[in-house]
Design a protein. Structure first.
Length: 254
């Protein structure tokens, strides 16, 4: 931070970029950082300090696109009060608008993973969720009112809906490819070593592979895979390793 309360980036040699901002967000893996100036507008900066675009709000790039708010529109709400509603758009790395989201529908918009972003809307009896594609089109996939457990990874997303008391894996066509499981709250829910840790409906733990099939064993407790190993607690309360080698077996009682 500078003496005038502005912020800038420095390179590995300690040289400052020729930019001065109120807020800076870290560079994403896709080569751009989001910045906010003192007027409240958001821009993108590349690693050479070149600035691109100007938006009311901007998210980091993911999957080669980014969600931005181009402007806000004032409307009259259902109760007669006024409110300012964001106009969401999708941009590519040339900073061209490639998609528009339906106006006044979403209360939150997620990042893109494998071509899809999860959005939450509020209507009727409560909130629900839906995936959108990179053009902003909803992909309901035959499913209604989704809750998100995990974004798409390896072609699968972990979701629930209005009519399910559990979560299940779907493919990009919306087809259910697994039985029901429980979402483990507070866990970094994603695939590790090609395996996804889930709760069973009888409150145990098991692992699901990239096809949506579990390993056929469950445990009192289990940890994420790391380097081909996962720590599990057996029914006799002893601890063991489960090893990822095509065939599943236990060894190395702790």
């Amino acid at each position: 931070m500078r003496d005038d309360d502005s912020i800038t980036f420095i390179d590995t040699d300690g040289n400052e970029m020729n930019i001065s901002k109120k807020k800076l967000y870290n560079f994403s893996a896709e080569g751009f950082a989001v910045t906010q100036d003192f007027s409240g507008k958001y821009t993108y900066v590349d690693t050479k300090g070149h600035e691109y675009g100007q938006f009311d709000y901007a998210k980091s790039f993911s999957d080669d696109v980014a969600i931005v708010v181009t402007h806000h529109r004032n409307i009259i709400d259902w109760d007669g009060s006024g409110k300012s509603v964001p106009e969401y758009a999708i941009i590519n790395k040339k900073f061209e608008i490639v998609g528009i989201l339906e106006f006044n529908r979403y209360i939150s918009v997620g990042d893109f993973y494998e071509g899809f972003a999860f959005c939450v809307y509020n209507e009727g009896n409560g909130m629900g969720g839906v995936f959108i594609d990179k053009k902003g089109n909803e992909c309901n996939m035959g499913l209604t009112g989704l809750s998100l457990g995990s974004n798409f990874q390896n072609g699968l997303a972990f979701v629930s809906d209005y009519y399910s008391d559990g979560y299940y894996f779907i493919n990009t066509d919306g087809k259910k490819v697994s039985k029901k499981y429980k979402l483990i709250r507070g866990l970094d829910n994603q695939f590790y070593d090609g395996m996804f840790l889930v709760g069973t409906m009888d409150n145990r733990r098991t692992y699901v592979d990239k096809t949506g099939k579990d390993i056929g064993k469950s445990f009192k407790y289990g940890c994420q895979f790391t380097n081909g190993f996962a720590t599990v607690q057996l029914d006799n309360d002893k601890w063991s390793y489960i090893i990822l080698k095509g065939n599943w077996y236990l060894e190395n009682i702790l």
